[in-house]
Design a protein around this ligand. Structure first.
Ligand code: UD1
Length: 377
């Protein structure tokens, strides 16, 4: 009996080795569906590398558990550091892994330092790169993630975009058409798969909160939390909101450390340790409103149909404003945040989901990789 390799264009596509790199909290919900789709029935070898950029159990392991991601094959253990130190540690650490694993394709997700470092390491070694969540642009180059996005896309052979604005951004930067693949949003794959389990948690009850009547706040962006005056404006505004409505703040380690350093505390809002993926989804799903400076939460609140105030003057995810539930609030003063809160609290946010935010983005990514492998000579 003959066993034929599925050969398309001369390349045996069942012998592909894919190496996936993750590093920080927002990467994990993006890689989970991609790993599942590339693992299932195609005969490919999948290698998972964790850079160790995030290392606290609640910032990393908890997400692997919640999302059912298997343990990484490699952990580079890079930890915290300056941008240069962190990026350099991933570059140096990944090189010997690539030498040993010899992947055909390195997959990177999102826009954290580990994303750019892994893409650069692979490209320098002549290994093809795929970027999941390509094309997003805030056009604010003071934001570390914007540099990571622009450079990662330039290094990538396959740019998987979550929305059509991503395609347009890539075209305008000269990325050739054959590299651009509009596949939809992998974050929404994970959200769709998890929302029932999250709802069953009734996480709000654990904090004595009534559905629809409380606010969830997340903050971690350096532009908001590294400057004492800016952080004080935000903390004051959140506390003012908390005098009338319960406010829960799962606090990021960067924000926690800075508040301690600056001698700031929440007087009325309730700060809690960071929470896992399912608990956060559960809390957001029944919130009356979410205040954030995160990228992913702008998308998740759009999918959940919950009003969201994003404490930034730009977003790389404009579709969450045009078609979703998101409003940008540049933090000029405490009053600006309070005014935005009053206009959005309990706003009717009935809307439709953006194109291809349908829970099937990762399957389209796996199909595109199969087609790409088939075309390689
Ligand atoms: C990083 C990403 C950001 C992402 C965010 C999600 C970059 C440039 N930034 O920012 O895009 O939105 O993750 O959280 O890659 N820390 C801990 N434990 C940890 C991780 C960090 O205590 O497990 C503390 C350390 O003091 C560290 C600080 O948080 O110095 C910042 O961590 P870092 O990974 O540098 O950046 P984030 O602010 O988390």
């Amino acid at each position: 009996m003959y066993c034929l390799d599925p050969i398309v264009g001369g390349f045996p596509i069942d012998s592909l080795t894919l190496l996936h790199v993750v590093g920080a909290r927002p990467n994990f919900m993006k890689i989970a569906p991609v790993l599942a789709a590339t693992d299932s029935g195609r005969g490919w070898k999948n290698v998972l590398v964790h850079s160790g950029q995030h290392y606290d159990s609640i910032m990393s392991e908890a997400f692997f558990d919640d999302l059912g991601i298997r343990a990484p094959d490699w952990n580079l253990g890079v930890g915290s550091g300056s941008h240069a130190a962190q990026t350099a540690a991933v570059l140096a650490g990944l090189e010997s892994v690539l030498d040993q694993e010899q992947p055909d394709l390195v997959l990177v997700v999102g826009d954290v330092n580990s994303t750019l470092a892994a893409a650069l390491c692979a490209a320098k070694k002549g290994i093809s790169v795929a970027h999941v969540e390509a094309g997003l642009r805030s056009r604010d180059r003071s934001m570390p993630e914007e540099l990571n996005r622009v450079l990662t896309d330039q290094l990538s052979d396959l740019c998987f975009t979550p929305s059509r604005d991503g395609d347009a951004n890539l075209r305008s930067e000269g990325v050739p058409e054959h590299r651009i693949h509009f596949v939809g949003n992998v974050m929404i794959d994970t959200l769709e798969k998890s929302r029932h389990r999250a709802a069953e948690l009734h996480a709000s009850e654990r904090y004595g909160l009534c559905a629809g009547e409380y606010v969830v706040v997340t903050l971690h962006r350096p532009s908001n939390v590294d400057d004492p005056a800016q952080l004080a404006r935000i903390v004051d505004a959140i506390d003012a909101i908390a005098r009338d409505h319960p406010v829960l703040v799962p606090i990021h380690p960067r924000t926690q450390k800075n508040m301690e350093r600056f001698g700031q505390t929440f007087a009325s809002a309730k700060a809690i340790a960071p929470v896992g993926y399912l608990e956060m989804l559960s809390l957001m799903g029944s919130a009356g409103l979410v205040v954030t400076d995160s990228g992913g939460i702008q998308e998740e609140t759009t999918a959940l149909g919950v009003p969201c105030l994003t404490l930034r003057s730009t977003t790389e995810r404009p579709i969450t404003i045009d078609e979703g539930t998101n409003v940008l609030v540049p933090v000029r003063s405490k009053g600006a945040i309070l005014e935005a809160f009053r206009s959005q609290w309990r706003r009717d946010v009935s809307h439709h989901l953006p194109e291809l935010w349908d829970g099937k983005a990762a399957d389209r990514i796996a199909d595109a990789i199969e087609a790409w492998a088939g075309q390689r000579s």
